[in-house]
Every structure is written in structure tokens, then in C-alpha cells.
Design a protein around this ligand. Structure first.
Ligand code: ARG
Length: 257
């Protein structure tokens, strides 16, 4: 009897070890849940609020994530982390997908797969109202702020300008308001939100310097099963106008606050 129990315990331990070493439940796509990763510092796409659509998170992307899950009979959960940790967390299987106003760039396409694009944006410059900056080249002798790991940082880098990188849009905008930097390069809709929230700022556009960018959801390379689920939901939300409505709703809402 004693021997039998011991044998059973050992067998169980072995099975469990094998299980951890193989695919039993490890990594992504846990049953009926899609675990999204985001960086909730990017209104109107994602921000922290007292009563959001997914826990404390609200914004255009959060509604989209929720609908993607629901239209596939699943539940969406959200993990909030630094923007430049998102693709690493995706590779590690800590999250199943990234929804973060993330631009589908060729460089990122080398490591992840992107969904159908759902929003078009561009980089713009936020400056103080009395600024003499009217084009990207005017930034040459100015103090430039960017956000770490954002496409805006890559743009400024490629222009050959020196800059300071921040982790949060609000931090960079405070530097601008306080006169510690002269220009913040960031995505258009987010810039609009910051200009609406802070006195004395304006947006300067330069389409000749900044190409348009498309936001898409990232999944692990080759995860076609999840990508198909995401794409069918996005295609539907694009076709029936849901995403347009969300963009209007959240742009008005956050600027009116
Ligand atoms: N579109 C830019 C990029 O992909 C900025 C995205 C920032 N998103 C965020 N949730 N903080 O690099």
C-alpha cells in the first residue's frame, strides 16, 4: 500500500514535469481568454481610468480588443507594460497579442505578424503657441522630446537630430509646457488630446517629413489561428463603421475633459 502510494506520487510528479516541459497550458492562448498587452499611456487609444471597458483600461483599442474577444466567444484581459517591453512579452508568450496604437513597421514585421490595419495616423510636432517651428527641419537647433521606442523616436533619429526620450507622453508634454524642451514628436490623435488638455500648445504638421502610419495588432509570428480571429473581427468593425464611430467618440470625449 505504502509502496503503491509512493509509486503514484512519483508517476504524478513525472507527468507534471513532462507537462511543464511541453505545451500543456504553457505560453499563449489560454483556453477562452485572449491576453492582450498594451501601454496605457496613449489616449485616445488606451489610458487608465476608474471604470474602463476592460478593468481600469479604456480607449479605442480597449473597445476593439473586447469586441475581438467577444465576437470569437472569448474574453479579453489586458496587461499594461512599458511600450518597449510589448514585443518582447509577445515573443515570450506572456501575452497573446499587442494592441497599443502600434504602427506596423517593416522592422517590427521581422519579428511579429500584424493584423489588418485599423487606423491611419502620422507623426506631428507639438510646440508652444509662440513657437517659430513650422516644419520638421526647424527642429534642427531645438530641444526635441520623443517617446521611447515610439515611431516618432525613429523618425527623429533618422533625421539625425539629438533628442531626449521619455517613457510617458504626459512627461514629455510637461517638459514642453515648462519650457524645458521646444517640441514633442508624437502620433497625431494623441497629440490632439494633449493640446486639448494643456493651455498654450499647438500642433505643427509636416506631411513631407512624416509618412502616414498604420496601426495594427501584433501576434507571434505564424500564429495564424489567433490572427484569423483578430482579422475577421477587425474586418467587420471596419466595414460596419464601428471603428470610425469609436475614433470620433473617444477623440471628442478625451478632449472635452
Ligand atoms: N504608433 C507609435 C508606434 O507604434 C506609438 C505607439 C504608442 N503606443 C502606446 N500605447 N504607448 O511606435
Amino acid at each position: 500500500m505504502k509502496k503503491a502510494t509512493k509509486f503514484l506520487t512519483m508517476t504524478l510528479a513525472m507527468v507534471m514535469t513532462v507537462c511543464t516541459l511541453t505545451a500543456c497550458g504553457g505560453g499563449a492562448a489560454k483556453g477562452n481568454t485572449i491576453t492582450f498587452g498594451t501601454n496605457a499611456e496613449f489616449p485616445p487609444f488606451e489610458y487608465v481610468t476608474s471604470n474602463g471597458v476592460i478593468g481600469e483600461y479604456d480607449g479605442i483599442d480597449m473597445v476593439i480588443a473586447k469586441q475581438i474577444a467577444e465576437s470569437n466567444g472569448m474574453t479579453a484581459t489586458m496587461e499594461n507594460m512599458e511600450f518597449d517591453s510589448l514585443l518582447v512579452a509577445l515573443q515570450n508568450g506572456q501575452i497573446d497579442a499587442v494592441i497599443a496604437g502600434m504602427t506596423a513597421t517593416d522592422e517590427r514585421r521581422e519579428t511579429v505578424d500584424f493584423s489588418t490595419p485599423y487606423y491611419t495616423a502620422t507623426q506631428v510636432m507639438i510646440v508652444r503657441e509662440d513657437s517659430d517651428i513650422t516644419s520638421a527641419t526647424d527642429m534642427a537647433d531645438k530641444k526635441i522630446c520623443v517617446l521611447q521606442g515610439y515611431t516618432g523616436e525613429i523618425c527623429v533619429q533618422n533625421m539625425g537630430y539629438t533628442y531626449e526620450a521619455f517613457k510617458k507622453g504626459t512627461e514629455a508634454v510637461m517638459e514642453l509646457v515648462n519650457g524645458k524642451c521646444d517640441v514633442v514628436v508624437i502620433d497625431s490623435a494623441t497629440a490632439q488630446k494633449y493640446v486639448g488638455d494643456n493651455e498654450g500648445l499647438k500642433i505643427v504638421e509636416d506631411p513631407s517629413a512624416f509618412e502616414s502610419e498604420e496601426y495594427a495588432i501584433a501576434v507571434q509570428k505564424g500564429n495564424t489561428e489567433l490572427l484569423d480571429k483578430i482579422n475577421s473581427a477587425i474586418d467587420k468593425m471596419l466595414a460596419d463603421g464601428t471603428i470610425n464611430e469609436l475614433a470620433v467618440k473617444y477623440t471628442e470625449e478625451v478632449t472635452a475633459e
